[in-house]
Design a protein around this ligand. Structure first.
Ligand SMILES: [Zn+2]
Length: 272
């Protein structure tokens, strides 16, 4: 599943091809992704100029003067830039042709993605956005914030990190990696985190996410970047998916536990 770094990498990849370009045509070849695609979506996009491409949580927002096209990649969605006459791939469900001759294509084998168009910013008016927590790479996500959020919460810290109503975009992979870097066990009760723990964890999350963005995302599923190049990127995981392999720091076996039905990985020596 694409996580925050994959979404940011996608944006960084497609943005230069979209800014200041006009939409010449648009084609939807499947009616329903996670939800039905609006009937007039393509018609309403014609001749509009794209001004910006931004991100909120894992939503990609392509916007112009009077429109906001919001895209969520779901489980298996990818966006890529193609040339007009490039062969259509299986599961290419949505295409936008730009006046540069380039085409933006949305591919999604499992169809859990979302595409919707609005006249106002979805950040203001869409209920999906109302409850979203802070962006982990923004200043509001800091030691004080995490310390306050962890008070009186008797849930594993890993669950808290993955709760999008508190912090957005920290999925299973990056929660596991950040906790390792901070030296905190994933199952540690949130309210028992010290101020120092919170400081270490905030720094670790930012560091892990920034590194992953720099590496171009690291989703385990086949992740295709904006150039349509294959491949999942090689982010050298310290604990994620490394059950029974030696810890890079201390050589003891990485352990796997289920927390909230999600596999979690940690080192019992390096994480307390
Ligand atoms: Zn270790």
């Amino acid at each position: 599943m694409p996580e925050l770094p994959e979404v940011q990498t996608t944006i960084d990849g497609i943005k230069p091809f979209l800014i200041n370009k006009k939409i010449l045509s648009c084609k939807v070849s499947v009616k329903k992704l996670r939800w039905n695609i609006q009937k007039n979506l393509c018609k309403d996009l014609l001749n509009l100029k794209i001004i910006n491409v931004s991100r909120r949580a894992k939503y990609i927002i392509i916007s112009g003067e009077k429109f906001f096209l919001t895209i969520h990649l779901g489980m298996t969605g990818t966006l890529r830039i193609a040339n007009k006459h490039d062969e259509t791939k299986k599961h290419d469900h949505f295409k936008i042709l730009l006046n540069s001759g380039k085409q933006l294509r949305f591919n999604d084998p499992r169809k859990f993605g979302m595409i919707f168009l609005s006249k106002e910013s979805p950040l203001k008016e869409n209920r999906l956005f109302q409850k979203l927590g802070v962006e982990p790479l923004n200043k509001e996500f800091n030691t004080k914030f995490l310390y306050e959020k962890t008070r009186n919460r008797v849930i594993p810290i890993k669950n808290l990190l993955m709760n999008a109503n508190i912090i957005v975009g920290v999925g299973n992979i990056y929660a596991s990696e950040s906790l390792f870097l901070a030296g905190i066990r994933p199952q540690k009760v949130s309210s028992k985190l010290t101020m120092k723990n919170c400081e270490d964890l905030v720094l670790s999350i930012k560091k892990v996410l920034r590194k992953a963005i720099k590496k171009g995302g690291s989703s385990i599923n086949d992740y295709i970047n904006a150039d349509g190049k294959s491949g999942y990127f090689q982010y050298d995981f310290k604990v994620y998916g490394r059950t029974s392999l030696p810890c890079h720091n201390c050589q003891s076996d990485i352990l796997q536990v289920k927390i909230n039905q999600r596999s979690s990985f940690y080192c019992k020596n390096c994480q307390k």
